[in-house]
Design a protein around this ligand. Structure first.
Ligand code: AMP
Length: 487
């Protein structure tokens, strides 16, 4: 891969308008209806390159406007194929956008719909965890833009619901997360089904060595765009860390939410099981809370997300995977109930707040045993996070100990947790909670049973070598493991 590194636009250079960039009038109209007046820096850089047909590697933090940075120029390029024929044959898939999570797929699909509403271009979205029937219908009706998670797309390919032979543009969105989630073999299989002659765009929060390898393998002389420094955190986010005993954390969340009248706070927990439990306990403490994690059905996740977006919830408790790519305007605050074990996850988490220039606050609660994770984070972001002490009213601490959290027995160690949709959800949280004085809920005493959604998610994620043998083809060695390069 030879690359043309494009440095960030200098502040003194005026940012061109969408019209000056030459965007199709139908798209200009949609952009103006959305209320955007000026392209964000990544848009100002990516639009001309993508419109010119170049491959692009974009490193951009969440909240920078990267979705429009690739959807707008893709729609622009597809306008030459726009037609109002009812025949599905006249609407083959021409652009394929792959995302790591269902929520992100859904959000990208919403953007494509919004920006393409003045055109006759069709789009469809497919992801796992929901009935495949309606997706089949949508694919059979034809769509120029298809947004998909890798596992479900391969299911459709196997069922011959979709033909990818005319895909001229491929987008790998949040590619770093796709690799983290073990989607590489699925990506390789999908890419083998696409024409070799195509435009490929890769977006990733960071350019790790693995991402660069992916770029070298599948991209052709990409233009590199990097708008924020690697692993930088947005300047608009205030970061603070409160040291406390592990069993004071719940009272701390209640206190922060209630004393400050916070609404729409995302609270991060490291395990799926801890996420559901914390939301239930916050509810008991009088905080309107819901959880989203990989074991919830898609319908339940969407319901929680909609309630959160509508401002009906004070707190959404989420795992990293479930929160990835959430675009909820105006989240004032994120709270790390557990510190992430991977420092890069911290950057992703706090990227949920302070989006598109708004102010945000990232609060971390850490027990003494977690301080090492805080040090790792500070090393990665190359900045010190202010440490402070939080005064929590005694009555809240006392109330939390009346309803103590379940002890560490079996916590997060079920098969489903281990086979969950990514690494940090797989590991049990260290046992820093005291054992409950008395059982409070049958639910917590039952052995963990994976839900249908979890089974589906596990089937969608790693261990793909035994799956879908028909798609394996003849290459025994993955391209990224030193196999043959694309012609
Ligand atoms: P993204 O990084 O794609 O998740 O976008 C983050 C947020 O920025 C979304 O809420 C977008 O609607 C918003 N946004 C995207 N482009 C622009 C723009 N040019 N002007 C203002 N807001 C934008």
């Amino acid at each position: 891969m030879t690359s043309n590194t494009q440095t960030a636009i200098q502040p003194e250079l005026a940012i061109p308008t969408f019209a000056e960039i030459g965007l199709h009038p139908a798209l200009l109209q949609a952009v103006s209806d959305t209320g955007y007046t000026t392209p964000t820096p990544i848009q100002a850089q990516a639009l001309p390159s993508v419109m010119a047909g170049n491959d692009v590697m974009g490193a951009a933090q969440t909240g920078t406007g990267k979705t429009a940075a690739f959807t707008l120029p893709i729609l622009h390029r597809l306008m030459q194929h726009a037609n109002s024929s009812a025949s599905p044959a006249r609407h083959p898939v021409r652009a394929l956008i792959l995302t790591p999570t269902r929520e992100l797929a859904d959000q990208v699909a919403e953007s494509v719909k919004r920006y393409g509403k003045q055109t006759t271009l069709r789009s469809a979205v497919v992801f796992g965890g929901v009935d495949i029937g309606p997706q089949k219908e949508a694919l059979r009706n034809g769509c120029e833009v298809l947004i998909a998670t890798p596992g479900r797309l391969l299911d459709h390919v196997e069922q011959r619901n979709v033909n990818l032979g005319q895909v001229g543009i491929l987008v790998l969105d949040e590619a770093d997360r796709m690799l983290d989630m073990g989607f590489l073999p699925d990506l390789e299989r999908i890419i083998r089904l696409l024409p070799a002659q195509r435009q490929t765009l890769l977006f990733s929060a960071t350019f790790s060595n693995e991402i660069r390898k992916l770029g070298r393998t599948y991209l052709n002389s990409p233009v590199e765009i990097e708008v924020a420094k690697r692993n930088a955190t947005a300047d608009t986010v205030t970061q603070i860390a409160y040291a406390m005993a592990g069993d004071a954390k719940r009272a701390a969340v209640v206190h922060l939410v209630k004393s400050r009248g916070l609404k729409q706070v995302i609270v991060f927990s490291n395990t799926k099981i801890g996420t559901g439990r914390l939301a239930r306990q916050l509810e008991l403490d009088g905080v309107r809370a819901e959880s989203i994690h990989g074991d919830k059905s898609q319908a339940d996740r969407m319901k929680a997300l909609d309630a959160f977006k509508a401002g009906e919830l004070e707190v959404l408790v989420a795992t990293d995977v479930a929160a990835r790519g959430l675009d909820v305007a105006g989240v004032p605050c994120v709270i790390n109930y557990d510190l992430p074990h991977s420092a890069e996850d911290y950057v992703h988490r706090i990227g949920r707040t302070g989006r598109a220039g708004a102010k945000g606050e990232a609060i971390s609660l850490f027990a003494p045993a977690e301080e090492k994770y805080l040090l790792d984070i500070e090393k990665l972001i190359k900045a010190a996070i202010t440490r402070a002490t939080l005064q929590i009213p005694g009555e809240l601490i006392a109330r939390a100990s009346e309803r103590p959290e379940r002890g560490s027995r079996g916590e997060g160690r079920s098969g489903s947790e281990r086979q969950g949709d990514r690494g940090s959800e797989r590991h049990a949280r260290p046992s820093r909670y005291s054992a409950p004085a008395k059982p409070i809920d049958e639910f917590f005493l039952k052995p963990y049973e994976p839900s249908a959604a979890a089974v589906a998610a596990a089937a969608q994620a790693p261990a793909p070598t035994t799956k879908k043998p028909a798609l394996l083809g003849k290459r025994p060695v993955g391209l990224l493991l030193g196999g043959v390069k694309k012609p």
